[in-house]
Design a protein around this ligand. Sequence first.
Ligand code: UD1
Ligand code: MG
Length: 452
Amino acid sequence: MSNVDIIVLAAGEGTRMKSATPKVLHSVGGLPMLEHVLRSAKAFGAVRTAVVIGPNVPAVEGFLKEHPAPIDIFVQTERLGTGHATMSAAKFFEDDKNANIVLFGDTPLIRPQTLDQIKSLLDGDADLVVQGFEPDSPTGYGRLLVKGGQLTAIREEKDATDTERKIGLCNAGAMGFAPGILNKLLKLLTNENAQSEYYLTDCVELAHAQGLSVQVVKGDAADAAGINSRGQLAAVEAIFQQRMRQQAMANGVTLLAPETVHFCYDTELEADVTIEPNVVFGPKVIVRSGAIIKAFSHLEGAVIGEGALIGPFARLRPGTELGEKTKVGNFVEIKGATIEKGSKINHLSYIGDAHIAPGVNVGAGTVTCNYDGFGKHRTTIGADSFIGSGSLLVAPLEIGSNAYVATGSVITENVPSDALAFGRARQTNKDGRGAKLKAELRAAKEKASKAK
Ligand code: UD1
Ligand code: MG
């Protein structure tokens, strides 16, 4: 059994993304595509990982330097092909001790299982393993030339004859090399081809000529989807979302209209959660068992307790923690707030930087005024309190337990437990004055229109 080191090629930028962001940092499911590849390598059990990047891409370099796992960074100074890019990391594999798998940074859906398949062939008698697949349209991919059951060469689209272009079996990108093989073959590469590049794929023909065993693992076309354009980015996102939905349903989640639910890479939904149509998950969301997320809700950085009822049209922002059986209704926004067991905020409210104890009812249109233009301030509401509709709670503010805030109050001072707080002007009714006022206004309007 050989240990496997992974080399990820991420130096070839291309310009088709038309973006200030380097291609490999564009996200799929909220995670940079390069990170998807690195996570697959880690989940597979790569011993060491190297990434080859281009010159002058500080964003990618910074991303890799801050990465929690140690990553060897190599720079390919000129874009001279995938073989040349691999050579740029020669120091990484010069001791020839471990097997190597070369991956592409722009092919984020590669799964650990595929890497396992490559490894098991390398652990057998294979010297070189190629990940093959049959795409709907092979255009643009290297074709696998097979003779007598043997993979003899990979022919790049631009170098292929018309007959070779008709081959449907293509190179997906991942290539595995038994210990000692990569170094040996790379040294033999030339750039005599249509693109004057050093092709990593030429290793196959060289290996075959040397009588080495070259084998193919045939994988899922989705695993092989590469990204060179925004269109392909969207196509890969669609596959990723599809995988997340399938996974959620396999885990016991009900999705009423799966194709309308948008996941983030880290969305955690427990069994017996129900998600209605058109719900969007941003990063860091955990939804506990029995909770229902109603249609058109948007959640990020939120933990939703067991049996909670959210939405429709709720917006939960980072720092939201909702306890068991809480209710957050339509057009309610919550940020940086903990709402404890059984408390309800059912309509048209903003709750920010707050702590709401259990059993509280927050009436329609309540706003925690948490920002004074310079700093953020907290609001706390004690257990079993009642906040009347249309109240403005001006923070910093403490409302005790079992308190009652009268509807339409502007509360600027703390409210003790059990107190009734009125924070509104007293109403006066003037008999007959309403009808008189209407008559005056009507007359003024008629006079103005005659004058025109
Ligand atoms: C490559 C394969 C092709 C395969 C296809 C699968 C070669 C010669 N061709 O073609 O057989 O079917 O992928 O998607 O390998 N890169 C560098 N430095 C370079 C060139 C590329 O780091 O000088 C990196 C790119 O960032 C990318 C990867 O290598 O991550 C593949 O390069 P790309 O130009 O996309 O190769 P393809 O033409 O797609
Ligand atoms: Mg490509």
